[in-house]
Write a protein that binds this ligand. Sequence first.
Ligand code: 9MR
Length: 371
Amino acid sequence: MKITRRQTLAGAAALGIAPRLMAAPSASLDAIGAAHGIRFGTAVGMGQFLDARYRGLIESECGVIVPENELKMHAIHPHGPDDFDFRNADTLVDYATRNGLKIRGHNLIWHHPEWMPKWSETFDYGPRPAERVAQILTRHVETVCRRYASRIYTWDVVNEAVDNKTGLMRETAFSRAMGSPEAVLDLAFRTARATVPNCELVYNDYMDWGSEAHRAGVLRLLKGFRERGVPVDTLGLQAHLSAKPDIARGGFGLDQENIWRGFLDAVTALGYKLQITELDVNDTAIPGDFGTRDAAVADITRAFLDCTLSYKQVSAVMVWGMTDRYSWLQHNKTKRADRLPLRCCPYDADFKPHPMRGAIAQALAGAPIRA
Ligand code: 9MR
């Protein structure tokens, strides 16, 4: 008789053996995470999607995908608020649906002047700009959410609305028209909740332990949502990490962990859930050969995940790309001194696993089990 993995795990649980001891080395990252109540997935853009090797990695490792750029406002409305272009987003959502993958939506509004659609700055909002922007935003959120309905189980409703240097709220043409950034954000969340009531609604931001002003600004925003009764379920922790040569555990030393725990304690005390939404590791500051660099990347990944996954509120780990080949970090302004490509994702440019892949597997296997 063939014994399924589920029966093996059930048997192990009955014997009081932690599932992590039973996880087969060949188990996918999603299967390892799922046994602990954590889903694993990746960002995928149209460029990577066309590479069959990338789709192979998604299908062998992931339970969730998130379109990297295709759902952003500038992609859905390339020319103006009244045009909708869903072709690329549909391709990715249809692929996920056919393959039984869950889908994260990213994002309904990236409230950052650099990343709003270009037309938003010059558009004529007419004599009552507050009403016109509210109408544009409501129609956008309703149309996009309705189109994908329950196929998208969680939406980054708002992305990066807090300036990471000052901690102040960012202004855009939309917020100037509506009177405040909060007016824009609150409307986006309220409209999303009304349109897709069962969807997990996320405020997604860069987040790390390095900028006190940023953490304070995000906490102020999260408290404000609660005070105003705005329906926000979850804080998305992007987790674009940077490995450091001079700090233990690849740059996430105990001092860094204390600061990070203080922040997560404050966020969860407000009743927010958590997701890790865009994990990758910048290794620009690590000199040396691949072995040295990969070890630092794996060390910080493991230390960061061990700490963050100890919070049972974390329900997902998403990487911002499965392979170094397609990572956005390769196009960053800051280059390595040796000009070599970064080693920033769980798989290298030839689709071979890095030690980072092992670090993610171990952290998922060691995480406390949640419902
Ligand atoms: O990886 C994305 C890159 O391809 C885009 O050019 C860029 C601008 O749209 O956005 C990148 O993804 C960002 C994500 O949407 C929000 N958090 C930071 C990510 C990396 O910049």
